[in-house]
Design a binder for this molecule. Structure first.
Ligand code: UDP
Length: 499
């Protein structure tokens, strides 16, 4: 009975029940939230209110499809009140040291958010993993609350465990740099070189430690977690959260943004899309390496030289999204050739396509000419790659990317790590060897490709939906989303009966 009442009716009739969604102000967070909002809108009969600060809402207005019924709601915020530059409401316009300040400033949204919930009385709140405090607000008002993670279960489990325990602080100088996670032994040994900068510098007293500790302690007030992942390959991490917080965890991924919305969220142009498509169309099946490090991270000038040399030497087709290197003066104009070996573009002509700044990544990954993806392992990139059956070369750089790489390499077997961190020394020969290994049609290369294609099938099955439930074919992710809404409705019923 309950099931049928939460699936969307073809007449698009909306029930009164409302879902409030509230992502942190960063593209890497807003994108999966928006993808989830659009998915809920298309499949379920709830009204959706998407909360964010004024400038982000303004940008989102031009992103939402015209016929969307998602309500965009501004929560008042002025960056200059918080020691941030004026009009800076998204990490994409803030230098890294300001990110923690934006996080700290976000806790000041509490009274305004409380008011929103009081006024709207929604069925549930789906909040960002950096907005732990929203759980306490929702709890006080008797509203069902979940944290939605755009990270993998495994990656986030390592990341949370590190912040909660700071285990790397306890190893002594004479050790080999390896340590384990006290509450997540399943992750095996972690090495110091796998720590993002803010964790390796954390001492429990710094701004990041304080923020994370506070934030995570609020999660105990939440009623569960949604993950943009698939239960079939991410069990260990999901289990960590079930155990740690003693709450249900619903793996509902992959939620991916439809291509119409992708174009306006990013900075891609129709022209770049056309150039990439035509270029890929001219290349043989499984012959192209795609190289990109996401929307925020870049490599150092010397790493850029090594990578270019590797691409020059390995004689493979490639698309490389070239972004200004670390230390680049953002006030000057970026000219890729000034940062590449002399004559590089000439030598790779015909087999190498350089795209400056932003490429149509999902279109590229879904093209059958693409054979492998050299990636920083941001979870959106990873899950886009897996959804298209493309094996990966990992160069993790920040946050939980190091542990996404571990999941993909050790647990899933579709990835080889080639380098670690923004400061590491990479040698071009090393890159050449690993690129050849992964792109080869023999041995490990063909094994990984086979595994990646099995994963693609697994993902397709996980998101199977519609009336297939009747025949017992509803996929694990679709079922998890149903289960989540059932839990929210049951919670609401219980609240009423207590009154
Ligand atoms: N992306 C893209 N073109 C680019 C770079 C990134 O379309 O040139 C998209 C990519 O498809 C993904 C997102 O931006 O959806 C990046 O998210 P991810 O979690 O991989 O990394 P982040 O940018 O958050 O580090």
């Amino acid at each position: 009975e309950m099931r049928s009442s939460i699936t969307s009716s073809s007449s698009r009739r909306r029930s009164e029940k409302e879902v409030v969604m509230f992502p942190f102000m960063a593209q890497g967070h807003i994108i999966p939230f928006l993808a989830l909002a659009l998915q809920i809108e298309s499949k379920k009969s709830f009204s959706i209110t998407f909360v964010n600060t004024p400038l982000n809402i303004r940008k989102l207005r031009s992103t939402l499809p015209h016929n969307s019924s998602i309500r965009l709601l501004e929560i008042p915020f002025s960056s200059s009140d918080h020691g941030l530059p004026p009009n800076s409401e998204n990490t994409d316009v803030l230098p890294y040291p300001y990110v923690i300040r934006l996080l700290e400033a976000s806790t000041s949204l509490k009274p305004a958010f409380q008011k929103i919930l009081q006024d709207r009385k929604p069925l549930c709140v789906i909040a960002d993993l950096f907005f732990g405090w929203t759980a306490s607000v929702a709890k006080e008002l008797g509203i069902f609350h979940v944290v939605f993670s755009g990270c993998s279960g495994f990656g986030l489990a390592c990341y949370c465990s590190l912040w909660l325990n700071l285990p790397h602080r306890k190893i002594n100088d004479g050790s080999d740099g390896y340590f384990s996670l006290p509450d997540f032994e399943e992750a095996n040994k972690i090495h110091m070189s796998q720590l993002p900068l803010n964790i390796s510098e954390a001492n429990g007293e710094d701004a990041w430690s304080k923020f994370q500790f506070q934030n995570l302690s609020h999660w105990f007030n939440s009623d569960g977690m949604l993950f943009n992942t698939v239960s079939g390959f991410d069990q260990l991490g999901l289990m960590y959260f079930r155990r740690k917080f003693n709450r249900p965890v619903w793996p509902i991924g992959p939620v991916l943004l439809p291509s119409e919305s992708r174009a306006s969220v990013g900075k891609q142009t129709e022209f770049t899309s056309m150039v990439c498509r035509e270029w890929l169309d001219s290349k043989p099946l499984n012959s192209v390496l795609y190289v990109s490090f996401g929307s925020m991270n870049t490599i150092s000038p010397s790493q850029m030289m090594e990578l270019a040399t590797a691409l020059d030497r390995c004689n493979k087709n490639f698309i490389w999204v070239v972004r200004p290197p670390i230390g680049f003066d953002i006030n000057s104009e970026f000219k890729a050739e000034e940062w590449l070996p002399e004559g590089f573009e000439e030598r790779v002509k015909g087999r190498g396509l350089l795209v400056q700044s932003w490429a149509p990544q999902v279109e590229i990954l879904s093209h059958n000419a693409v054979s492998a993806f050299l990636s920083h392992c941001g979870w959106n990139s990873a899950i886009e790659s897996l959804s298209n059956g493309v094996p990966m070369l990992a160069w993790p750089m920040a946050a939980e990317q190091f542990f996404n790489a571990v999941l993909l390499e050790r647990e899933v077997g579709v990835c080889v790590e080639v380098a670690r961190g923004k400061m590491c020394e990479v040698r071009h020969q090393d890159l050449v060897d690993k690129i050849e290994l992964v792109m080869s049609n023999r041995d490990k290369g063909s094994e990984m490709r086979k595994k990646a294609s099995e994963l693609k099938d697994m993902i397709e099955i996980a998101v199977k939906d519609d009336d297939e439930e009747i025949s017992g074919l509803k996929g694990s992710s679709s079922k998890a989303l149903d289960d989540f809404f059932c839990a929210a409705m049951a919670y609401e019923t219980e609240q009423y009966s207590m009154k």
